[in-house]
Design a protein around this ligand. Sequence first.
Ligand code: NAP
Length: 324
Amino acid sequence: MSANDSSNTEIRAIRFHTYGEPADVLRLERTDMPSPGAGRIRVAVAACGLNPADWALCRGLFPGALPRGIGLDVSGVVDAVGEGVTDVAVGDRVLGAADYAGAPVAGASDFAILDHWARMPANLDFAQAAALPMAVETAYRSLDQLRVTAGQTLLVHGAGTMMGFAAVQIALLRGARVFATAGDTYAERLRALGAKVTAYGNGMAERVLQMAGGPVELALDTAPVNVSSAVSGALPDLVRVVGGDPRRVLTIVDFAAVAKLGVRSTLTEGGPFRWDVLGEFAQLAAEGRFTIPIARSFTLDDWRTALDISRSGHARGKLLLLPR
Ligand SMILES: NC(=O)c1ccc[n+]([C@@H]2O[C@H](COP(=O)([O-])OP(=O)(O)OC[C@H]3O[C@@H](n4cnc5c(N)ncnc54)[C@H](OP(=O)(O)O)[C@@H]3O)[C@@H](O)[C@H]2O)c1
């Protein structure tokens, strides 16, 4: 390992030692500086993006060694590199994904171990960078799984989520004709990007069919489940919107509907993770051609406020923790 001489330093990290509800099991505590293993890097965290997946990890999704940290999206400065890492060096600015399963801390920490990263372009700031990784990777991969290409018509249901907001932009970059459902927060911004937008909730299918002049070819479901009665039953509506074939619908959230309705999901489709496109989208973000909007930023001490907002299902943009 090549590293700054900081291996004996104590750091702060938000972690859980047992599985359970995040408000019960998470705590901000002091722990030892983690070391990057082979193929990993350690970064001094500048910003950490929170995701609903963080709370699912606390409840036991992908169980493994404990204690474990939260905060999967990270930007910061490389502080040490593990064996075999040659593409970045100490002092480089990077964005990437925390090694939540292999390290005792994740991004909600003074220092984090990353297992995927890209260099940050000079004119991208740390907050913008930390908002990107999971939204870009998930949206890009799900559009791959749906095989979205130029000229196709696509509905993104729940485009006010950051996964959906990313998917709309990536589908437009691919040359698709994009329709979207979203609340008031981002409806105008989605229209300005080039999507045709209507509200989610009652009557959604009819509004989309009217807006599109008939069925669309493909639909991507990114709307959170169980946060609002308006969302329940949205997948049958999405199947109607694509003309009745459930294989033209892919959900990244409602995995119970896969067996029930025959729709596809990120879990059942498999296929490679798309961390390889992170650098390209960081560059697009630096040029103002791609963005994940930031709702609010918090200090590590104020993590409970961020948790409450995220758990409400109405984050209205990316929530960030800023350790420095
Ligand atoms: N399968 C995977 O690999 C994967 C990866 C990442 C995330 N996910 C899942 O994807 C979902 C979205 O994640 P995220 O981080 O993008 O969420 P998020 O940004 O936290 O989503 C919050 C937004 O959802 C919108 N919303 C709330 N209720 C809705 C409803 N009933 N219908 C449509 N939109 C509604 C609201 O926007 P407006 O009301 O302002 O429009 C709200 O601001 C989560 O359920 C997450 O667990 C899956």
